[in-house]
Ligand binder design. Structure first.
Ligand code: NAD
Length: 362
């Protein structure tokens, strides 16, 4: 599926996007805007003035609602008033370390927030395709180094991972109980969940994430501090999962899309897995710096060391494949932060380059 196919599908579509003020949400908002969709966003406000959503003037790109996923009535009202064709659910308390500090907020937003959204959809008496975003951390991780297929048991040690695994169970329950494919004529809903790996890309200024930590350290002329230098993660450029979400929404729509209504991993190919330390060193290199990170292991809060995903189900189902190598993803990310161009222009350049790359690999 290429840019033209996506434009044909999304042009004029009404898209309800939760988490539009977040890092991935802001990029997805821009993509949807480029594709001609009409977007209503539902999220908490941005946390930092520098957040990508603010730099993109996100309020000009959508109808923006600042509200909480835990407010079931408000969510139902905003969703049903908009009458969406497609829903992308990204809103979540998305930080592992914050989840240790605020477990109840995390479970409330991620588990009940997901249930509130699915429950509101029960009242929509028209076709809606819904893509719910969880994470690669939904699997019970025995750290044996095998790449998890979608059939691997769900689980989670820290509250963030557990909340996302629980959200997957909620999604599956709603799919089977209320949106069963055998009863599509009655409910007209297609429900997909996507488990993405760690994303990197320009415009992330969050706490406790590798790239924003590196950018802050470079700006302050200090070495970055790494807590888990040897942790292996399925890193990918932010455009990879976002374009996969769009592709899947297009495939999964309507009665012919019913067979896509399941869970998918989305991650890089195995040769593109990297440790935190490797990514940090490559990022410095892309900036033309020869800094070495400071290693300060943190034994107090458990985080998985090894995490790999099997991405073959999505490839077989849709023909999707990663368009960028890990090295390119790191270089594209560094280039974004190094450029003095306004954010809307540099994001648009990378979006165009990404679709050119897809075109070339079809
Ligand atoms: N960034 C990654 O590497 C990564 C990897 C895998 C999965 N994910 C998932 O992708 C989604 C987006 O991640 P992100 O990196 O953009 O995170 P982010 O923290 O940048 O954005 C989170 C968004 O959710 C909203 N939100 C948080 N709590 C809310 C609440 N109670 N009510 C309403 N809105 C709320 C925020 O306002 C924000 O818009 C999340 O579901 C996350 O779990 C992210």
């Amino acid at each position: 599926m290429n840019l033209t196919d996506l434009q044909q599908f999304f042009s004029g579509k009404r898209v309800f996007l939760t988490g539009h003020t977040g890092f991935k949400g802001a990029w997805l908002l821009l993509l949807l805007h480029h594709l001609g969709a009409e977007v209503k966003g539902y999220s908490l406000p941005t946390e930092h003035p520098e957040d990508l959503y603010n730099q993109l003037n996100g309020d000009q790109l959508c109808q923006s609602v600042e509200a909480d996923m835990r407010d079931a009535d408000r969510l139902r009202q905003e969703l049903l008033a908009f009458r969406p064709d497609v829903v992308f659910h990204l809103a979540a308390q998305a930080f592992v370390r914050r989840s240790y500090r605020q477990p109840l907020d995390t479970f409330g937003a991620n588990v009940m927030g997901t249930a509130h959204l699915l429950d509101a959809l029960r009242e929509a008496e028209y076709p809606v395709t819904t893509i719910l975003i969880t994470t690669d951390k939904v699997y019970e991780n025995d750290e044996r180094g095998t790449a998890f297929p979608e059939t691997a048991p769900l689980g989670g040690y820290d509250p963030y991972s557990a909340s996302k695994a629980a959200a997957e169970i909620v999604i599956d329950s709603y799919r089977r109980s209320f949106f069963h494919p055998d009863r599509y004529d009655q409910h007209q809903k297609n429900i997909v969940s996507m488990r993405a790996g760690n994303v990197i890309g320009g415009g992330d200024f969050s706490e406790d994430r590798l790239v924003p930590d590196l950018v802050r350290a470079i700006r302050n002329n200090e070495p970055v501090v790494l807590r888990n230098p040897q942790s292996v993660r399925p890193w990918q450029h932010v455009l990879e999962p976002l374009v996969a979400y769009l592709i899947l929404a297009a495939h999964a729509s309507g009665p012919s899309g019913l067979r896509y209504g399941t869970a998918y991993n989305i991650g890089p190919d195995r040769q593109d897995e990297r440790t935190v330390l490797q990514v940090a060193r490559q990022f410095y290199e892309a900036f033309g710096l020869s800094q070495e990170p400071i290693i300060q292991p943190d034994e107090t809060l458990h985080e998985a060391q090894l995490l790999m995903l099997d991405n073959s189900k999505l490839k077989t189902a849709t023909g999707w494949k990663p368009a960028l190598t890990a090295d390119e993803a790191i270089r594209w990310t560094a280039r974004w932060y190094a450029s003095a161009m306004p954010a809307p222009e540099k994001c648009a350049l990378q979006i165009n380059a990404y679709f050119d790359r897809i075109e070339a690999t079809i």
